[in-house]
Write a protein that binds this ligand. Sequence first.
Ligand code: PBG
Length: 340
Amino acid sequence: MTEFDARSIEALQPGAQRPRRWRRTPALRDLVRETTLAPDDLVYPLFVVSGKGVRSPIPSMPGVDQLSVDLLGGEAGALESLGIKAVLLFGIPETKDPAGLESHSEDGVVQQAIRALRDASPDLVVMTDVCLCEYTDHGHCGVLDSEGYVLNDETLEILARIAVSHGEAGADVVAPSGMIDGMVGAIRGALDGEGLERVAILSYAVKYASAFYGPFRDAAEGAPAFGDRKSHQMDSGNAREALREAALDVEQGADALLLKPALGYLDVVRRVHERFPELPLAAYNVSGEYAMVKAAAANGWLDERAVVLEVLTGIRRAGADLVVTYHAKDAAAWIQGAGA
Ligand code: PBG
């Protein structure tokens, strides 16, 4: 055996590759980072309730509150000062009924919220969730037949009405989240019919039937009273089907696609991104994903800041342009702090 010079890999491999040269200092690392995260990549969800001066914490989502309409202006100002440019609104109505009537009432809680945000923060991008589950007394995403099955085409008509009422109130983007076949086409047709061509559709094209929505259902008070959402939301084993769902929504005129949850489905984020590179893609870092990080951080088991920034960067690296996340405010503050 010849002698091995342990001091240098060049002795063994002349001109050896040394990827670590780019990792030596923070500035070198910053210079070659492939995926970056900025506050304007983030969308912050807001849960809006009726009443005045209401800020009620959601126990399973520490740091997230239900807010009444009068507090939204202040919240929007705080978001804008953090560099966050978009919110996604969910309404918790005062009354629920089998057909979810408040969902498209001119004075519904979301319609009021949209107008309040438009007044307070004209530049903020206002996105709205378009679904029935928060508004129906049975908690399902559409009208039901006698067996409790969500009726597709009967539901489409209501979704279209909701989207129009949001557009009329001033929403920039409507985000149908019900996984009802044909929802994008029905909504586009209705918006255009009412002269609301400017309103964009961010379709929840790929939404899995996930146990990670649990805390959200506390927050939005929209858990199904019986059964589950498996007759319309996707099965977690399927990825090719996601491409079919996305293709149908693109065909029907979706302006952007959303996929959720994020973390268990990053392979699907990547595949949708590669198949439809021309459309903005959003991924929803959902309530259960948020709750896991918060619980572990509260126990001192994880470094919250490092984990959150790593998770959000990972979702972007998988192919998402935008990330809807309850961590948005903290993440934006950390990103800004890092740059200062
Ligand atoms: C339906 C809707 C849900 C979420 C967003 N829109 C709940 C569901 O489908 O059961 C979940 C978001 C989250 O878990 O953070 N309106």
